[in-house]
Design a protein. Sequence first.
Length: 157
Amino acid sequence: MLQRSSFIARVSVILKLSGFAVAIYLSYTALFDEGALICGESGGCHEVQDSEYSKVAGIPISLFGLFMYLTLLGLLVTRAQYLHKRFFDSREQLVRNIKIWSLLIATAGTAYSIYLTGIEAFVLEAWCSWCLASAVIISLIFIVELIEVKNIDKTTS
């Protein structure tokens, strides 16, 4: 069980860091240098980034993604810290709550990514490979967090 848990933890860290890196890149290009956006063969990144759907209340969606991945990373670090501090009285409950919050955030991120991918497909008819990468990453994070919550009692006790 420890090896599987360790593997899942490593996958979780890699996915969250990858999502964070993609979100930093998209946020940088949205805020400072749109010319730095490399689209690949699809070429739809600029169309997606320039669309009315790329901002909420004037704030680029990529910034929301950046804060989401940063929050998920913060929760992961917090969970790791408290998981190894045996003297902390309500350690199990705190770790359980952090796992549940991580799952809720990943669920919201996945649902919003599905919505945005639908906008790309059916409204804009343009594909942003970076946005799709982020959608895949958050979907995989959702699966990892689902596994973590499913095994909640096995790893906290």
